[in-house]
Unconditional design. Structure first.
Length: 203
């Protein structure tokens, strides 16, 4: 069970992240200062930095969870299953769940509305994708008892993360521009299968 201190820290972190996201959505990422976030979150400037060393991290506050989910998909895949099949299942599950939420009228947070117009956030997002690929490459190398810098493991990891990232960003772009949500979900599921087939053609 999480202790009171840990729960309070988590609540503070979430409060800061939500305040930042709201301000970024209203005024644009570049126009918002750390002092603005601190004021809306009702915390000190130093408290903001204690939780988030940069403004970008306030928006990408769940990146560790995203990376952990990708790693778990590969690490915990069934015996005999390939890394490609693990990523295929992960991407499919994400878009299937999003489709269900959209059908119930639960629109996702305007994450992409904030990221897309900001060069700084787009660059940060690409850096996070690269970090995910390095983590997956290390897992693949460990499974094969190869050095951590094995180029084949890194090539496969970048390809896998690249497909997942491309489907994500293209889909969010279409949702953001107002395309029919269910049509977007269907298109992304088809595109994901086709893209993963390039890495591992069906037998």
């Amino acid at each position: 069970m999480t202790g009171l201190r840990e729960r309070k820290k988590l609540q503070t972190r979430e409060t800061i992240a939500q305040a930042a996201a709201d301000l970024f959505a209203q005024h644009g990422f570049e126009s918002v200062t750390v002092d603005d976030v601190a004021r809306v979150a009702n915390v000190s400037r130093q408290t903001v930095f204690n939780y988030f060393p940069s403004k970008e991290q306030m928006l990408f506050d769940r990146d560790a969870e995203v990376e952990a989910a990708l790693l778990a998909a590969v690490r915990d895949r069934p015996p005999g299953a390939s890394p490609v099949s693990a990523f295929r299942a992960h991407t499919t599950a994400f878009w299937t769940k999003l489709g269900s939420l959209l059908s119930e009228g639960q629109l996702p947070h305007g994450f992409w509305e904030i990221v897309e117009p900001s060069p700084a956030l787009r660059a940060y997002l690409e850096a996070t994708f690269a970090g995910h690929a390095r983590t997956i490459a290390s897992q693949l190398a460990a499974e094969r008892e190869l050095p951590p810098d094995d180029p084949i493991c890194h090539a496969l990891a970048r390809a896998l993360c690249g497909v997942n990232a491309a489907i994500l960003t293209c889909g969010l772009h279409r949702l953001n521009r107002g395309d029919d949500p269910q049509a977007v979900v269907s298109a992304m599921l088809v595109a994901a299968d086709q893209a993963y087939d390039l890495l591992e053609p069906p037998t």
